[in-house]
Write a protein that binds this ligand. Structure first.
Ligand code: UDX
Length: 463
């Protein structure tokens, strides 16, 4: 029998590398041989976290012309076309070489928006599937946009008071839509990139999409599209925080930035559930005006806080620009990067002020931490809606007429989420519920575990 051997493709974004890396570890636990094919920059990032790189994963890299990584302001269209050209060649060569060496590739899994991987897999008659690292709700929304509901969606964009209900999804207003659908969107690749991917899936006989979610979280959205088989295999979070069986699996692969170490001792010194943790992910920097509002909200709340503020590309520290930096440093701790899962699992953390990236969203659920949502772009507004209205583990802060969340509003949300009132209690109860259900999903026989096992079996049979 040929051993199952999956080539996983990664791209150089922290928010993609993290789930891909966890997915690879989960496959390996099921006895699958995994080769990770990535650009040089993605591999460099993963290699930085060598202490967390498990044995048995093979890495192969290719240069996509962006060996130092893609930065905000780079021409993303150029990056995508180079990545496609050079990536397709590298994948073909890898499949041929492994076959000659006697370790033939039996399947390909790739992040959505790299449909070239499916084309190459088809050339070699191999099964392939994209790994969708955002919620199933977002996939369904994009799908509906291109399949009969585009005009309706555009209509609610023009009238914020209007709500629509789409198959498998709850009521939506323009505030809940991914920003790529809004007229204000400036990222040219968002919707066309998704369309390209949908077209590639149409060429498959029985398209399957692996989704970093759990059945219990998004049961309706996962079934919103009859045509495609959305398979929940998440949450892709280090297993130490899920089943606890492998305490060494407690880090995400590829830390983008050097971690600061002082935060663990600092957290140790704080009372249980007292700390507000603030992070906006790996990509987005808030404008100074909005950072000042957060600072104001934190100072007013008078609670200890841990705030991740990444240094800017030129090395400048963002906190140096804040007018109240000294006051802030008396009350809390500002770090350039941390292990977020480690922080969220610390007993002193009681609330997460988040941009609602999907990884951060899942991590908050897995670790049972209530949230205050300050979504910024792409899927984040929809994720915030899910957190507030569906999962009910937090509150979405309201923007003022200028589109900014004011400090007083941030303080109000923190107080409600962390306070002793009914709202806080309900939110904390729900957070505990999801923590339990996430663990149930990944254990032997749990929904995600079973789904992944079935997928691997199907790869063995060639779909
Ligand atoms: C991007 C998009 O912005 C997001 O909307 C989409 O859902 C995924 O891709 P990003 O902005 O980086 O992701 O946010 P998120 O998805 O939350 O991923 C950030 C990752 O970095 C998380 O896994 C988090 O644990 C990690 N992180 C963040 C750290 O390990 N340390 C930090 O200090 C901050």
């Amino acid at each position: 029998m040929v051993h199952t051997h999956i080539v996983l493709i990664s791209v150089p974004f922290q928010g993609v590398i993290n789930p891909i890396f966890q997915f690879a570890k989960n496959l390996k636990r099921m006895g699958v041989k995994v080769t990770i094919l990535s650009s040089v920059s993605a591999q460099n990032r993963m290699a930085k976290a060598s202490s967390s790189t498990p044995d048995g994963l093979t890495f192969v890299s290719f240069s996509d012309g962006y060996d130092d990584g893609v930065k905000l302001g780079d021409n993303l269209e150029h990056f995508r076309s180079e990545n496609k050209l050079r990536g397709s060649k590298a994948l073909s060569e890898l499949i041929k070489a492994r076959s000659e060496e006697g370790f033939p590739v039996t399947g390909v899994v790739y992040p959505m928006l790299l449909p070239w991987a499916a084309e190459v897999a088809r050339e070699f008659n191999l099964p392939s599937a994209p790994l969708w690292i955002q919620p199933a709700t977002i996939f369904a929304l994009y799908f509906h946009y291109f399949n009969g509901y585009g005009d309706l969606i555009k209509k609610i964009c023009d009238d914020p008071s209007c709500a629509i209900e789409l198959p498998g999804l709850g009521k939506l207003t323009s505030r809940d839509l991914p920003t790529f659908m809004l007229p204000s969107n400036t990222f040219s690749f968002g919707l066309p990139g998704f369309k390209e991917q949908l077209d590639a899936l149409d060429a498959e006989v029985n398209p399957k999409i692996l989704v970093n979610t759990i059945d219990a979280l998004e049961s309706k959205a996962l079934r919103a599209i009859g045509k495609h088989n959305l398979i929940a295999i998440g949450p892709l979070v280090p297993s130490a925080f899920l089943d606890g069986k492998d305490p060494s699996d407690n880090a995400f692969g590829g830390d983008l930035l050097q971690k600061s170490r002082n935060y663990v001792e600092w957290l140790d010194s704080k009372p249980q559930s007292s700390v507000v943790y603030i992070s906006f992910g790996s990509f987005f920097n808030l404008p100074l005006k909005e950072m000042e509002e957060i600072a104001h909200g934190l100072l007013e709340s008078n609670r200890p806080f841990l705030w991740v503020l990444r240094a800017l590309a030129d090395g400048e520290k963002q906190e140096d620009k804040l007018s109240c930096k000294e006051k802030l440093e008396k009350q809390g701790l500002i770090v350039p990067w941390c292990s977020q899962v480690e922080v969220l699992s610390h007993p002193s953390v009681g609330c997460f002020v988040t941009h609602c990236g999907w990884n951060s969203t899942l991590e908050s659920l897995v670790l049972g931490i209530p949230v205050v949502c300050l979504p910024q772009f792409t899927d984040q507004p929809t994720n915030a809606k899910l957190l507030e209205d569906e999962f009910k583990t937090g509150l979405r802060a309201t923007k003022n007429d200028e589109g900014i969340v004011e400090g007083d509003e941030i303080k109000r949300c923190i107080e409600l989420v962390m306070g002793d009132g009914e709202i806080g209690e309900e939110i904390r109860k729900n957070a505990e519920k999801w923590k339990y259900l996430a663990k149930e999903a990944v254990k032997e026989g749990g929904s995600s575990h079973k789904n992944l096992r079935a997928f691997v079996d199907e790869i063995e049979d060639g779909f």
